[in-house]
Design a protein around this ligand. Sequence first.
Ligand SMILES: [Zn+2]
Ligand SMILES: [Zn+2]
Length: 212
Amino acid sequence: MGESEAAATRPCSCKVEIVTAEFDLDGIHEEMCREWADDDGKSVRELADMFNKRVLRTAFRRADKLPIDGEIDNLYRVLTDDDTDPGSRTRAREQLRQDGVPVDDVEDRFVSHQTLYRHLVNCLDRAHEPPEKTDEERIEEWRSRLLALQSRTTSVTERGIEQLLNNGAVDIGSFDVLLEVNVMCEDCGGFYTVGEFLDAEACDCLRPDESV
Ligand SMILES: [Zn+2]
Ligand SMILES: [Zn+2]
């Protein structure tokens, strides 16, 4: 393939891009940009880990190995975490070699978070400035996130109790699970459900002009 052709479709030629091409990770640039721009998306460090794990996963696939659940995460930790004891790391590398995964090459392809940062900012021209949201939008986002969390907690609790009931571990007639999250102001003792507080947007004690 002509180099010009590759250059035309590739955003840059830094290490991140070279590894992306080598490991068929196309689409990961966009994914990383999206994650990075998102308010509760990933940090650059987490993005670098994500990228490197994809590299590791691809190397697995190419060695005709199917990683079991959590295996990639665990291996990646063993290979890269400073807290891993050297013995475990050596054993992990040895095992990978035996399985046909070229672990030295793979580790060479891992990118640091600095490299990834430069790729995002210099190559892809992304500044880390999440789009400005209004207060209303932020509040509504959190409201729906919290509601979802509460309904999840409620349904898990229901399921747990039902299961325990079926096993005869606990006993109750028909039951309801009620969950209420409250917010209390430590200055004035003002007490709100989280919904009320989000509606009010401020504790009463911080709104002297509206106090009656
Ligand atoms: Zn780049
Ligand atoms: Zn207050």
